[in-house]
Design a protein around this ligand. Structure first.
Ligand code: ADP
Length: 391
């Protein structure tokens, strides 16, 4: 039996998982290397959560390439002699070019590097790990799965900005993200409710990052994230959609430079900025502070507004699906969002919602509502396996 490794590289962390290589991959190991560039630490656990390793690493020269080597080293003893036959990577941006998982060659790296300015916070780290893998294990297939790819089916009008054409021709357009999660959830919806999967569906991916995707027949038609991952909904630390004039005002009136604005809108805003307390929904739900309640109210209000917008793009709504950390676990957010969508015919079954059952809408609801846990690692493992499996 061989294995598929799945890697999700962030600015200071590398999360990974190892699956048995199969049509339906089975999770074997989960791990993370945190503190890259500062005080690195490696953790490894079995699929059932039992800790196998938790160790501090020497900080000298510990970059993403070192993290990659550490991952291969610490996973090896637990693979029961099973070789890793492919590595699947989450890559945030595939531009307008890559609309499906890709087995990467050196030549592709150049094309992918061209998208770094479109996703400066994620793309460089994603690519650093792939580059290290290609250098150290040249025979090992590296597969990229793009967060943008799922949205390639959107009609041009959903992707366009009303800017002069020279900018749109240079790639300034809406792309949409969280596509690996949407792909997985669309697949699960097909299993859970095959009659609805082909109809008008909104999936709400509500985690630290949050977005909505409008789908018809399981394909993306419109999404709330656009050119970058800061657009659309209010998130843990990102502000979501903001009047572009407000950015100019922040620069002109408060003298903020581009990097300071970036820090403000990506890291200091959202639930954290509005509450002044925390970016974490659990902490806000547990707080009695008025500002925590206001932050949650705004989070929910923005979701309701954007559901209305996507329902308009879809021409109606047949199903609503909640996923990711908040969507899967916070019954109160689901209830509050649903209450604001009563005009669309959404009605929850309170007991089913509190129990986070798969179907949580009341029998008379004209929109079926579901909770479907996402699994981006499994989606990547499956895609990687399909590209390298023996015929
Ligand atoms: P990421 O985008 O980092 O993958 P997650 O999908 O893990 O994020 O979602 C993290 C969010 O989910 C946090 O706001 C966290 O508070 C929230 N969350 C997780 N579990 C619960 C819970 N039981 N109740 C409410 N919120 C929860």
């Amino acid at each position: 039996m061989s294995s598929i490794a799945v890697v999700n590289a962030g600015s200071s962390s590398l999360k990974f998982a190892v699956f048995d290589a199969a049509e339906t991959p089975v999770l074997r190991l989960k791990g993370a290397i945190d503190g890259i560039g500062a005080t690195p630490r490696a953790r490894l656990s079995r699929a059932d959560g039992a800790t196998l390793l938790d160790e501090a690493l020497a900080p000298e020269n510990f970059d993403h390439a070192a993290a990659t080597r550490t991952m291969m080293r610490i996973a090896a003893p637990w693979l029961d002699g099973a070789d890793i036959s492919a590595v699947g990577h989450r890559v945030v941006h595939g531009g307008g070019v890559f609309s499906a998982p890709l087995r990467i060659t050196e030549a592709d790296m150049e094309a992918l590097a061209r998208f770094i300015p479109l996703a400066p916070l994620h793309q460089p780290h994603n690519l650093a790990v792939i580059r290290a893998m290609l250098a150290e294990h040249p025979q090992l297939p590296q597969v990229a799965c793009f967060d943008t790819a799922f949205h390639a089916t959107q009609p041009p009008i959903a992707q366009a900005f009303a800017l002069p054409r020279k900018y749109s021709q240079a790639g300034l357009r809406r792309y949409g993200f969280h596509g690996i999660s949407y792909q997985y959830v669309a697949g699960r919806l097909k299993e859970v409710a095959p009659d609805l999967a082909s109809r008008r569906v909104i999936v709400a991916h509500l985690g630290n990052g949050a977005s909505l995707c409008g789908m018809i027949d399981g394909g993306s038609v419109a999404s709330t994230m656009g050119f970058t991952t800061v657009d659309g909904l209010m998130m843990g630390t990102r502000c979501g959609a903001l009047d572009p004039g407000a950015l100019l005002h922040l620069m002109d009136h408060y003298g903020l430079g581009p990097r300071e604005v970036e820090d403000l809108i990506y890291r200091q805003s959202g639930l954290l900025g509005v509450s002044g307390l925390s970016a974490d929904m659990r902490a806000l739900r547990a707080s009695a502070a008025a500002q925590a309640k206001e932050a949650i109210a705004l989070f929910v209000y923005r979701i309701r507004r954007e559901i209305g917008s996507l329902a308009a793009a879809l021409g109606g709504l047949d199903a609503l699906v909640f996923t990711a950390g908040i969507g899967e676990n916070d019954a109160a957010t689901r209830a509050e969002v649903a209450a604001g969508c009563a005009w669309l015919g959404v009605e929850l079954d309170d007991t089913a919602n509190r129990a986070a059952q798969t179907k949580i809408s009341a029998p008379q609801s004209s929109v079926a509502v579901f909770v479907i846990p996402t699994n981006e690692e499994l989606e990547i493992a499956r895609s990687a396996y399909r590209l390298v499996r023996p015929n």
